[in-house]
Design a protein around this ligand. Sequence first.
Ligand SMILES: Nc1ncnc2c1ncn2[C@@H]1O[C@H](COP(=O)(O)OP(=O)(O)OP(=O)(O)O)[C@@H](O)[C@H]1O
Ligand SMILES: [Mg+2]
Length: 296
Amino acid sequence: MANQQTKRWSQTTIKMTDFNNNPGSETTPTGVLLNKKVEKAAPFYHEIEHETEVFEHAYKNKLPVLIKGPTGTGKSRFIEFMAHNMGKRLITVSCHEETSSTDLIGRYIIKGAETVWIDGPLTTAMKNGDILYMDEIAEARPDVIVAIHPLTDHRRELFIDKLGETIKAHPDFMLVASFNPGYQKGFKELKPSTRQRFVALTFDYPLPKIEVEILINESNVDKDTAKKLVAIGQKVRNLTELGLAETVSTRLLVDAAKLIHSGLPKRLSVHVAVAEPLSDEPQTLQAIKDVCDLMI
Ligand SMILES: Nc1ncnc2c1ncn2[C@@H]1O[C@H](COP(=O)(O)OP(=O)(O)OP(=O)(O)O)[C@@H](O)[C@H]1O
Ligand SMILES: [Mg+2]
């Protein structure tokens, strides 16, 4: 595992992953301690199309990247993989309706008799040249979006109103954001003026052949079982009449494969890892379980 630190910054969860094992960087300006010893295990990621190439070119051209797609389709895994390959530190901010620009930029805190300024994850990443990954960006409060606009165009700068300062991004800094258009349907849309500041990639459920390989790699399950699980995924994804908000993701299939590989009976594994997370409605749930039982 790479060196990971999770820190609560106000209500917002921030995760720092240092794949680079930079022996010089022990503490970040936010006070997060980075261990010196890091095992450099690459996160497993199976490329789907041209996403690694697009990402590298976006980075080279200092363009921010927006990753769109349903839950469990490898968005976060992809960013971890790219950060690792590029030898960059990744700072992940999980955005939610309370995430404010202060959470990202920084704030004054009282330390003993003094008031000291603490950089937030965005300011830290901008100064150090890290990748900042804003997960579920559409969930964040509007002031967050306003704050990042000058950062996402040619200016690459951030105005810190509490300090009355404008800072320029380090040349290696990269901003990446994700959002789930289906899930946000109707209400939390991103405005065109925000969307059009990003190079965008759409993630979706992979082709069966690739999904089988992902399952085998992630769980060590046998190929025959992996194929059956992927077939279940395909079948349930096509049952649009079930009216599910989100259908079977690769994540759910990986979970089922892990349970099976650890010795839980196959049908039970599929019921608890695939069917149950999808619906609470008894009839829908039974319909999904029936389909699964026929296929494994
Ligand atoms: N292309 C892929 N290569 C390797 N693993 C994958 C891939 N796609 C999905 N996975 C598997 O699916 C799991 C979920 O992926 P991930 O957490 O990246 O989803 P996500 O798109 O970020 O979902 P969310 O929107 O809920 O955050 C991963 O832990 C991994 O096991
Ligand atoms: Mg994610």
